[in-house]
Structure formats: structure tokens, C-alpha cells
Design a protein around this ligand. Structure first.
Ligand code: ARG
Length: 596
């Protein structure tokens, strides 16, 4: 009888582990090695910018000018925190020491006790050359421990944390409670405040030094640390490089699931900082329901805020140091965002593209019509700012640049004949994607540069550029998006009014279109085929909205199996795949809404 329970146990160990891993983690995403520096998944820091999917260091001069002086641990004064962080980002050497210039003598330096062990010990902070203070066991978590280890020269952070009794200690029993965001590189960047009613526990840490095999109960972080599987997808950055939180099909209690499959700790919801790519963590509906601060215990944050005016408080009031978190947030808000994706129409009247509604003025202010040789609209297009439009490659030929006319701000194609010169534009340049394949419709995307009109402008006043998605994780299967155009309707008759309809993104498209479906394509439609784009809509936009109703051109109408055929959705060029290509020609500043 003995082997049976152990067999059951072993079986469960295998299956339960397997189940747990696959319930939360998405394996094929994990294999891509995403971290906090993957701007496909998360926003870069203010001192970084997103280049080909990775957050790279900005140069100090690319930081916003305003801010106040800060001092680095190697004794250099920087004009702003951003400049110091960008310098650190590149050289990895100098770290934040304190606010103000280095001429002010301030200290906040981590030491591990006993000093003989170097990579582990109780955590203490030197506030001046002769005074050391413990970090409290209370509030001691993996975020703080990772920061301490990083500061001590262990870039992967901590392996193990503990709260230990402070007995046999020679120092007086008050300690500093630290609170970090988890991405800081020195404890001086975190909030700290003196705690007197301490339970006698102080912080202890073992920093990560050796890479070992991870067990079946563990997750291998991208930085090669092993963490327990049950600590993945919980909104806590155990790995220290965020790799345990960015490939989650679901999130554990206490954390919030972004559409991009990233888990965000609940305390970062509704804090006026966008963490999810499309902003659902700051969405008004979610935030109405949720009170901004928890009632009861004043948080470290509010204590920190209260003590901001007198950073170095007197002995009786206790020591309190604000974190650099507000400054980190502020830097992000200082970059000028291009204005895009905002349609300022008010009502959406449902009227009875294929199965669509008639568009109203200002509802699709980025939609343009393209006319070729003939007297009718041949294709749609979408305005992306400056003098630039996107359309389908199959709509245009670079050699015929002078025959095309572009109409903006137009609702009815009948207006075309008496369109004023301000509505109509010639083209200066047609850039067809270098890898466009007219046989397969692979890379069916083109950029059009408009020629300024007689008034020196290349857009009408009511034209609004659409935003360009920078990540393929912004929208996914099942989401509702809008497609618009002057193409054929269900009777396959030509339309004069701009129409639009709701369609849904679909994920299983290679199963439908088999070898006709390629990377860089995206399917969308309705389950019954009642709404679809059709002939004449090509090159026009399919837009998806973020949580603030900002429109992103997720797709460009490309092809389909006839129109509106049940089971055969429309196929769109997936614009996020071409972000770098678009940026190369138009310039990054034009199109990057975040992550610049
Ligand atoms: N290729 C077509 C055009 O040139 C667009 C077809 C879209 N078809 C579809 N079923 N969604 O206008």
C-alpha cells in the first residue's frame, strides 16, 4: 500500500507544478526574455528611450532641463536627477547619493553586517561616518532587498530575505523603514523614515551571487536568478529585472492584469501613472470604484509627503527622507507628446464599409481618400502627422507619384469634385515597403509624403493624426476596433459616404488562411461576417482605442476572401510590426506618443 500515496504525491507534484506554471506563465512569451527594458511590454524610464523594442539610455542632454541639483556617490553634482540617471544608465558607475549639490555633506550609504561576508548580512545605513542605523524588519521586502544588493554591487539583486531579531546588537533600537519601487539602484532613492515602536526585527539579505539550476518549483529569471514559481505573476518584481511579471496570462491576488499580459501591483492602480501600455490601470471606471488611499494607517507615502518640507527633521521628530519616485514620475510627464488619436466628435448616431454606419464630421479626422487616375476614390489612407500618410502598398506605385490626389476632412466622396484646394493635396513622395510582395500581399504598407498646398500646409485644420502603435502587445484577439472607408457595401455597390463598423481582432488567422497568412498581418471581422471592409477600403485605417479613447492605427485594410464571408475575416497590415520602418522615414518625434 505504501507506494500508492507516494505515487499520488509524485504525480500531483508533477501535474500540479505543471498546472501552476501554465495557469499563469505564457511559455512562448517567457522564451522571448522580456524584462523591464522591453518596451514592447512596459514603458521605459524617463532617462531612456525605446529603440527596436529595447529601452536604451538617453544622453544626459536629452533630459528635460528643469529640475534641481543632485549629488552622485562619486561626488559629482548633476543638474537634474534625470541627468544623473542617464549618466548612470550608460556608465553603471555613479549612483544617486542625495538631493542638492555635493557641497552639502549628506550620507545614506548601505553596509551589510558583518562586513566580512560581503554578499549577505543585516542591512544598515550610514547616515554619517560614525553613525549607523538598521533597516527595520517591518516593511522589508524583496523590492528593498534587490535595491540594497544592487547598491552593494550585485546587479541581479537578492536571493533571500529575512527579518531577524536585533538582540545582541550594539546599536540603539530604532531603525529606518525603507520603501522602494524595486527598480532603484541605490537605497538613497527610496523613501526612508524612522520607526521607533519596532518589534525588534531588522532586515537581513542574501544577495545573488551564483547561478544554480532552478528546480521544477522555480522560475528562471532572465537575469538567471531562480525564484519560487508561486512568486511569478503577483505584481512583485522578485527577479529584479521584472521578468517574472511580463508574461502572465493571469495575475495572482493583489495584482492587476494589463492587456499586454503584465502584472501590476494593486498599489500602482489609479496613481496617475500609466503602467499598462494602453492605460487600463488608470482607467476612470476602475478608479471610480477604488478609493485612492486605503483608510486607516497613514502610509509611508503620506508620512513622507508630510515631512517633505523639512527633509532632515530634528532628532525628536525622527528621520524621514522622501523617495525619488515623484521626481521619476515627473520626468516622464515632461516630454512633449505629439497630439494624436483624439476625435472630438460628440454623438455617435447609429445608422444603418459593409454592415456599417455613416461617419460623422470629426469622427475619423485621420481618414483620407486617395484618388488615382480615375475619377473615383481608389483607396483609403490615414494621416499620421506632419506631411505623412499611411496606406496599403497595393494602392500605390512609387513611379506614379504625380497622379495621386489626397483628400482630407471629407465625409462624402461627391464633395470630391468641388473640393477646395485646401482639401486636396498632391504627393511629393511614395515609399512602398521594400519587402512588399504583390503576389502574397506581405508587407502591404506604404508611406506617402504630401506636398504642401498653396498655403504652405499639408493638412487641413480639422485633420488629426492617428497614433502609431509601438508594441504588438497593445491590443489583442477579441478586442473591438473600428474600420472606416468609402468601399463597397453589402450589395457590392460603390459608396459615397464615409462608413465605419465595429470589428474584432482575431488570433487564429493562420488556421483560417493557412499559407496565405504571414507575419505582419492581422485578421479582424465579426463571427458572422456581417461587418467587413471591402473593395475600395484598402489602405484605410482600422483603429483600436486605448483606455482614454485615444485611437491607434492597428491595421491597414489589405485583403480578404471576397467580402463579408462568414469564417473569412478581413486581413490587415499589422502596423505595430512596422513602427521602426515608419520611424525611419518620418522621424521618431513625430510618431512616438510614449517611450520616446
Ligand atoms: N483589397 C481590397 C481593396 O483593394 C480590400 C479588401 C478587403 N477585404 C476584406 N474582406 N476585408 O480595396
Amino acid at each position: 500500500m505504501k507506494p500508492i500515496p507516494s505515487l499520488v504525491f509524485t504525480l500531483c507534484l508533477l501535474l500540479c507544478t505543471f498546472g501552476q506554471k501554465h495557469r499563469y506563465l505564457i511559455e512562448e512569451c517567457v522564451s522571448k526574455g522580456y524584462t523591464q527594458n522591453s518596451c514592447q511590454k512596459v514603458f521605459c524610464q524617463g532617462w531612456q528611450r525605446c529603440v527596436q523594442g529595447s529601452c536604451l539610455c538617453k544622453l544626459p542632454y536629452q533630459c528635460p532641463k528643469n529640475g534641481s541639483l543632485v549629488c552622485s556617490n562619486d561626488g559629482n553634482t548633476f543638474r537634474t536627477y534625470c541627468q544623473l540617471k542617464s549618466f548612470e544608465c550608460q556608465r553603471k558607475l555613479s549612483r544617486f547619493a542625495h538631493r542638492g549639490s555635493c557641497s552639502i555633506q549628506k550620507m545614506f550609504q548601505v553596509v551589510l553586517e558583518p562586513e566580512s561576508a560581503t554578499s549577505e548580512g543585516t542591512v544598515q545605513v550610514k547616515l554619517n561616518p560614525s553613525q549607523k542605523t538598521y533597516i527595520c524588519g517591518e516593511g522589508w521586502g524583496i523590492h528593498e532587498a534587490n535595491v540594497v544588493c544592487r547598491e552593494r554591487g550585485f546587479p541581479e539583486g537578492a536571493d533571500f530575505i529575512e527579518s531577524v531579531d536585533a538582540e545582541n546588537l550594539t546599536l540603539p533600537l530604532h531603525c529606518l523603514q525603507a520603501e522602494c519601487r524595486g527598480t532603484e539602484t541605490s537605497l538613497a532613492e527610496c523613501a526612508a523614515s524612522q520607526l521607533n515602536q519596532n518589534n525588534g526585527k531588522v532586515a537581513k539579505v542574501v544577495c545573488h551571487t551564483q547561478h544554480e539550476e532552478c528546480s521544477s518549483q522555480e522560475f528562471r529569471c532572465v537575469n538567471r536568478k531562480c525564484i519560487p514559481l508561486h512568486k511569478t505573476c503577483d505584481g512583485i518584481n522578485d527577479c529584479g529585472d521584472l521578468s517574472d511579471e511580463v508574461c502572465c496570462r493571469a495575475c495572482r491576488t493583489g495584482s492587476f492584469h494589463c492587456k499586454s499580459d503584465v502584472c501590476i501591483a494593486e498599489k500602482y492602480l489609479c496613481n496617475n501613472e500609466r503602467d499598462c501600455l494602453t492605460g487600463e490601470d488608470e482607467h476612470s471606471k476602475l478608479c471610480e470604484k477604488r478609493p485612492k488611499t486605503e483608510p486607516g494607517e497613514p502610509s509611508l507615502r503620506s508620512r513622507e509627503e508630510a515631512s517633505k518640507s523639512h527633509t532632515e527633521a530634528t532628532e525628536e521628530e525622527g528621520y524621514a527622507k522622501p523617495s525619488m519616485d515623484e521626481e521619476r514620475k515627473r520626468i516622464k510627464t515632461l516630454f512633449t507628446q505629439p497630439y494624436c488619436g483624439i476625435a472630438n466628435h460628440t454623438v455617435t448616431r447609429r445608422k444603418r464599409i459593409l454592415g456599417g454606419n455613416n461617419a460623422e464630421k470629426h469622427e475619423f479626422p485621420w481618414q483620407v481618400a486617395i484618388k488615382g487616375e480615375r475619377e473615383r476614390i481608389s483607396c483609403g489612407g490615414v494621416y499620421i502627422g506632419g506631411c505623412w500618410l499611411l496606406t496599403a502598398a497595393h494602392c500605390v506605385r512609387a513611379s506614379r507619384v504625380h497622379i495621386y490626389k489626397v483628400y482630407t476632412g471629407m465625409l462624402n466622396s461627391i464633395e470630391m469634385n468641388n473640393a477646395s484646394r485646401t482639401l486636396r493635396f498632391n504627393l511629393k513622395r511614395v515609399i512602398v515597403h521594400e519587402k512588399y510582395n504583390p503576389k502574397t500581399y506581405e508587407n502591404d504598407i506604404a508611406l506617402l509624403e504630401m506636398a504642401p498646398n498653396h498655403m504652405g500646409k499639408c493638412y487641413t485644420d480639422d485633420a488629426v493624426p492617428v497614433c502609431i502603435p509601438w508594441s504588438k502587445y497593445m491590443f489583442k484577439g477579441g478586442e473591438q476596433c473600428k474600420v472606416s472607408g468609402w468601399g463597397y457595401d453589402e450589395e457590392l455597390t460603390r459608396q459615397y459616404a464615409l462608413k465605419w463598423g465595429y470589428i474584432y481582432l482575431m488570433e487564429n488567422c493562420s488556421a483560417i488562411y493557412k499559407n496565405r497568412y504571414f507575419e505582419g498581418m492581422e485578421c479582424a471581422g465579426t463571427h458572422d461576417g456581417s461587418v467587413d471592409s471591402c473593395k475600395g477600403d484598402s489602405g484605410g485605417p482600422m483603429v483600436c482605442l486605448d483606455s482614454n479613447n485615444v485611437a491607434y492605427v492597428w491595421g491597414i485594410v489589405s485583403w480578404g476572401e471576397n467580402c463579408g464571408v462568414k469564417g473569412y475575416p478581413g486581413v490587415y497590415t499589422k502596423v505595430a510590426n512596422y513602427f521602426e520602418w515608419i520611424a525611419r522615414y518620418t522621424g521618431m518625434s513625430l510618431i512616438a506618443r510614449y517611450n520616446q
